[in-house]
Ligand binder design. Structure first.
Ligand SMILES: [Zn+2]
Length: 311
């Protein structure tokens, strides 16, 4: 009989939960709100209750375990020191959730890492190894999968590519306190900020400093050939590709998967990344492939399931 698990992607506003088979088939999926009241104390019991309610004619013991992704660094596949977005202090997520679910095995991963694992299992990096996943959203996150496992490093900082320093002389500070981090240029927020710089330097554009615009507006304008937008996006993708060249010389990924809101710009972005990557990675005869994430918001759920099936 095929194995079934429960997979949970715990976010700051909603919890995505699903039942998946070891072949990667989603039998059922649903969402519940994340209750952050009282320091998020009821979150794990809400999840346990919801899983039980959705069992239908299955029993808890029919599940081979529960995989869960959380928004923060995870130690020993179970423990988090704190999750700012949930209001949690030190929490042994694996142990607490397991107790709530009749001692089922529970494995915990960081949300960006499990999204990477999901994309490597069933998405844009399917079948490839190593896979390096970049998520370009409000910030820039990363996840590295090597021999089907998440690489966390010594303190969980492995693959935090968003804070690779690309411009040491940058005047503006990054959220991390550093200056010139990749996410200051290649995230959605970074792209908008860089576009403002381009406009300030006087390059012509249909967008203007007098009115608000989003990252999507900049990407759309660039696709239409808007001079300032093209210049901005080319610069951002140059930074992104340079960081990928650095990553390549360390871990030599077979595939880079690009996800997050910015990646909705599709092949236009991928083509630019490839162009600049080649500029910075002359030595490699066989270049890595560049692909788009395909699982969207479900990537974390797939990755959480994969954590359990790899036990
Ligand atoms: Zn930073």
């Amino acid at each position: 009989m095929t194995k079934i698990c429960a997979a949970v992607d715990l976010g700051g506003t909603t919890v995505k939960i699903g039942f998946l088979t070891e072949e990667g088939i989603v039998l059922e999926k649903w969402e519940i709100p994340t209750n952050k009241e009282n320091g998020g104390k009821s979150i794990l019991s809400d999840i346990a209750t919801s899983i039980k309610e959705h069992l239908g004619n299955k029993k808890l013991s029919d599940l081979c375990g529960v995989g869960i992704g959380v928004p923060g660094p995870v130690q020993n596949d179970s423990f988090v020191e704190r999750c700012v977005n949930l209001g949690w202090g030190a929490t042994d997520v694996g142990k607490e959730l397991s107790v709530l679910l009749d001692n089922l095995p529970v494995k915990v991963g960081n949300d960006a890492n499990i999204a990477a694992l999901g994309e490597q299992w069933m998405g844009g990096g399917k079948g490839a190894d190593p896979v390096m996943f970049y998520t370009l959203g409000t910030g820039v996150g990363g996840g590295l999968i090597y021999k089907d496992r998440i690489v966390t490093g010594f303190k969980g900082m492995a693959a935090e590519v968003g804070h690779l320093c690309m411009e040491p002389n940058e005047v503006d500070a990054c959220n991390c306190g550093g200056h010139g981090c990749l996410e200051q240029y290649a995230s959605a927020t970074g792209i908008v900020k860089e576009m403002k710089r381009t406009l300030q330097s006087g390059v012509s554009s249909r967008l203007s400093l007098e009115s608000e615009f989003s990252c999507k507006d900049v990407l759309d304008a660039a696709k239409d050939g808007d001079k300032a937008a093209v210049e901005t996006i080319e610069r951002s993708m140059d930074y992104l590709a340079r960081s990928m060249a650095y990553v390549s010389y360390v871990i030599d990924p077979q595939v880079f998967v690009i996800g997050g809101g910015v990646s909705k710009a599709g092949t236009y972005l991928v083509d630019l990344v490839e162009k600049y990557f080649n500029k910075y990675c002359q030595l490699m005869k066989e270049k890595p492939k560049f692909g788009l994430a395909t699982l969207g918001n479900d990537a974390g759920m797939y990755g959480a399931a994969r954590l359990i099936f790899l036990l």
